[in-house]
Design a protein. Structure first.
Lengths: 389, 171
């Protein structure tokens, strides 16, 4: 390497790298991080009991005929859905970050069909509608972010001791899964494999049990997922070198299933991970795996839940995967990053074709939210079909 | 992330984004891809901000950027990229240096991503081999061999380099 070549290379890099960064990088990063972290799904109905919701699902499946909505378009299945919660972050999109940003979420009241404001982030309603997982901080460095259980009847929150990862309800609403390790560790300790894993607890007593998974993928938004029968936990795993500092997600190498005692059941090969609570199809035979790290055109891999074999890839065109609509359709969220100023939910078939678009119009509750939950619309009064889809 | 952490993160991005974006541009050679790359890395840093904000957040974001870039290039399977700016043979006049820079920039854009990453780390970031290896997740020996191969490929894509070197030597 001559000095001249070195000089020439530096000059060329100077030329290539010239340019001002785009505006709104911080806001965009916050928005993107929250979108990924906050994608979740209410497994079944809220107002109905689990049994009633299962009955609705069965009837809907047996009926088979496409549901016709009020606007005359055919939806893909008979069971209507509704957005059960919009996560906080509304103002992040419109205003610079700062201490004045209110943190709140919107939670659907299934009886009234109205959204009510709750002063917490990352609200995840339980499937039985009695509680919600909430995530919050007290706004200071002196205290850690907390994850807790909000009782919707009393408004009281019970905070979980020692863990504050992203949470998910079991389908029967009796257990809670948190992804991640203990809270409050030093930077170095938090990156150690022994502190990587998931936490299970009973929703009644909130006593956490931590199960280390040293090779669990710690990528942004990666999470543990309940299987539809509530009898197992699925975790994305990666080829992460033991002891290596995790500065981002390592490539996913598989999906590993654990029983509720933390015993490993099996590991399926995979090249994409679990990014939504609704990664499993309603009948549990398929998984929708996504690679959050795709640059611009992410897709969803539909993989066999028993073997991990990829059946097909569904192009999403930069949309965000939300969950399964039924066995043949997915729900995705598009915009506002996709060249439009408003968000929309779309129901797409497994070829990526849009079957139905549900616009989240400006002014709608949570149109600008960065995370949302979708669940059954059973029991929601919505005569004009403005909420359900 | 609490309000103070958000403010802190916003301040960090405001101060350091020009330098970080420069690296992203050098890696990708395309403004849109650079924006994607930097924002993806920043989004990753958001999740860990509470623990990295008092350490070396810029190093974290840079590493995240290189590893993200590595993920992308694995998907691209080492492709070289065509460019609309075809290198031209430089003339022996005062503009020769400018022409060489243009040709070299075009060649760098066509270089396979893994090679370009090594060169960016070496000649834009001025990092030692061991640190490059750590960032790219490979051995120092691999970094050295990749550097040699990258320079060799660069000479193929930009023959003006040797011409220029010969001219400089003869002068």
């Amino acid at each position: 390497m001559t000095d001249q070549l070195e000089h020439d290379l530096r000059a060329a890099f100077d030329r290539i790298s010239a340019g001002e960064p785009p505006l709104g990088l911080a806001e965009g990063a916050l928005r993107r991080a929250r979108r990924t972290r906050s994608t979740r799904w209410g497994a079944v109905g809220v107002a109905a009991t689990g049994l009633a919701a299962a009955a609705v699902l069965t009837v809907g499946t047996l009926a088979g005929a496409p549901h016709t909505s009020a606007n005359g378009t055919n939806s893909a299945a008979a069971q209507p859905r509704v957005v059960t919660a919009y996560d906080c972050g509304f103002r992040v999109l419109a205003r610079p970050v700062g201490p004045a940003i209110p943190q709140f979420s919107l939670l659907l009241n299934h009886r009234s069909g109205q959204y009510r404001r709750v002063p917490y982030c990352d609200v995840a309603p339980s499937p039985d509608g009695s509680r919600a997982l909430v995530h919050d901080t007290d706004g200071s460095d002196a205290h850690l972010a907390q994850t807790g259980v909000l009782d919707l009847a009393t408004g009281r929150v019970r905070w979980i001791d020692g863990y504050n990862g992203a949470g998910a309800w079991s389908p029967d609403s009796r257990r809670i899964l948190l992804t991640g390790g203990p809270a409050g560790l030093s930077q170095q300790a938090s990156t150690e494999p022994r502190n990587n894993g998931f936490v299970l607890m009973d929703a009644a007593d909130l006593r956490p049990t931590f199960f280390p998974v040293p090779d669990a993928s710690n990528g942004l938004g990666a999470r543990g997922v309940w299987t539809p029968d509530g009898q197992a936990i699925a975790i994305s795993i990666c080829a992460c070198p033991s002891g290596a500092v995790h500065n981002g997600p390592w490539p996913v190498t598989g999906i590993r299933l654990y029983d509720l005692r933390g015993h490993q059941l099996r590991t399926l090969p995979a090249t994409a991970g679990l990014w939504s609570e609704a990664a499993f199809s309603p009948d549990g035979t398929a998984m929708a795996l996504t690679a959050e790290d795709s640059p611009r055109h992410p897709s969803v891999q539909i993989a066999d839940a028993r073997t991990g074999a990829v059946r097909q890839s569904v192009p999403l065109l930069d949309d965000q995967f939300i969950g399964w609509y039924d066995a043949d359709h997915l729900i995705v969220r598009s915009g506002p990053e996709r060249g439009s100023t408003t968000s929309a939910l779309r129901i797409v078939d497994l070829r990526g074709h849009i079957v139905r678009t549900v616009p989240l119009r400006p002014g709608d509750p949570g149109e600008q939210s960065v995370g949302l939950s979708v669940g059954s619309a059973a029991g929601v009064p919505d005569p004009s079909h403005t909420l359900t889809f | 992330m609490d309000a103070e952490a958000k403010r802190d993160f916003g301040a960090f991005v405001a101060t350091r984004s020009p330098a970080l974006f420069r690296t992203a541009m050098a890696l990708t050679g395309h403004r849109q891809q650079a924006e994607d790359l930097l924002q993806t890395a920043l989004a990753k840093s958001v999740r860990h901000w509470s623990r990295i904000r008092h350490g070396q957040p810029e190093a974290y974001v840079r590493t995240a950027m290189y590893r993200q870039y590595a993920t992308w290039w694995r998907r691209l399977r080492g492709r070289e990229f065509p460019t609309a700016e075809l290198p031209e043979i430089p003339l022996a006049d005062q503009t020769a240096g400018v022409d060489l820079t243009l040709a070299l920039a075009a060649a760098l854009r066509r270089l396979a991503p893994r090679y370009r990453a090594v060169l960016v780390l070496r000649y834009l970031e001025d990092l030692p081999t061991e640190q490059i290896a750590e960032i790219l997740g490979c051995s120092p020996a691999t970094v050295r061999s990749q550097t040699v191969r990258a320079l060799g490929r660069l000479r193929q894509l930009c023959p003006e380099l040797d011409t220029h070197a010969t001219q400089e030597t003869s002068q």
